[in-house]
Design a protein around this ligand. Structure first.
Ligand code: FES
Length: 320
């Protein structure tokens, strides 16, 4: 059943850096907010058809307000501009929270690697781990101090011994630092990664060299441009349940063809990040272009994100 959500009010806005603003949201009716686990995100319904996901930065037991931090993107597709246009007192629908990026319950130690605005879910994790006395370290990479949201808090005495802020994200020194850091980290330590796509790819590659794949956790917050590149040739989608064959022309998206033909698919991010449009595949090989599925899930080939992925075969059979 679809999440009915609730109405929230913008209780406060904080300018965290020149282009990142923090939002405190509370329920319009004053009731406590739904519980969440660290790494969770909420959906902000910014206007008709414009829904965007933002990670909660909250610590444990903090259900009076949700806190999110949103960077204004120069090439905003509506979400960051929408958030940066909100004023205190504005109301909007919120759904969730949901968590695709949880802490591993059985991990003995946690290493959190944040790049830029990717710090938001990791900050929530760090707050929970610190409150529960669990061993962890947060390494937070930003281009320069003026771009690092929450730097003032994280440089404070409360976080000493747990947090390192690193300025500069040029690939060669970043690679050298991550290699040294991860080689000095126990292979049993679980690693959590969130940040821009190049940072994530590098950190995932290096982390996965020295530990089992299940101990490397990550969440993209924007489409990976490399994953979405490639030919966009046409193919046929066969909808197994309705028995309909639909042509997806060169350059068209599967989801647009489905919707145009009255086949409902729920979407939110429309860029392969949130997992909302996950659809079963019954035949053909999907050409995955999302940033949501794991490598194992891609290999299995039995599910795909129809907002961005395509087909390697002339016919793709979907469980629709
Ligand atoms: Fe978010 Fe497709 S709508 S992954």
């Amino acid at each position: 059943m679809a999440d009915p959500g609730f109405q929230a009010r913008v209780a406060a806005i904080t300018e965290l850096t020149g282009d990142i603003r923090g939002l405190a949201l509370e329920r319009v009716n004053g009731a406590p907010l739904p519980a969440f686990t660290p790494g969770a995100h909420i959906d902000l319904h910014l206007s008709a058809g414009l829904v965007r996901q933002y990670s909660l930065c909250n610590g444990p037991g903090d259900l009076a307000q949700y806190h999110v931090a949103v960077k204004r993107e120069p090439k905003s597709r509506g979400g960051s501009d929408g958030v940066h246009g909100l004023q205190p007192g504005a109301t909007l629908k919120v759904t969730g929270p949901r968590n695709h990026f949880p802490l591993a319950a059985d991990a003995s130690e946690h290493l959190l690697l944040a790049g830029g605005i990717g710090v938001t879910p990791l900050l929530s994790m760090a707050r929970h781990l610190r409150a529960n006395g669990k061993p962890f370290r947060l390494e937070y990479f930003a281009r320069a101090p003026q771009y690092a949201a929450f730097a003032g808090e994280l440089e404070g005495a409360d976080w000493r011994g747990h947090v390192a802020l690193r300025y500069g994200m040029e690939p060669p020194p970043l690679r050298a630092h991550l290699e040294a850091l991860l080689s000095a980290t126990l292979p049993s330590t679980h690693v959590y990664i969130c940040g821009p796509a190049p940072f994530m790819k590098l950190a995932i590659e290096i982390a996965a060299r020295s530990r089992p794949r299940e101990a490397v956790h990550y969440e993209y917050f924007a489409a990976d441009p490399d994953a979405q590149a490639g030919p966009r040739t046409g193919f046929l989608v066969r909808c197994a349940r309705s028995g309909r064959d639909l042509e997806v022309a060169e350059g068209e998206r599967i989801v647009d063809v489905l919707v145009r033909n009255g086949i409902r698919v729920e979407v939110m991010c429309e860029q392969g990040v949130c997992g909302t449009c996950l659809t079963g595949v019954l035949g053909g090989r999907p050409d995955h272009r999302d940033a949501f599925l794991t490598d194992e899930e891609r290999m299995a080939g039995d599910r795909m994100l129809v907002c961005c992925s395509r087909s390697h075969d002339a016919v793709l059979v979907l469980d629709l």
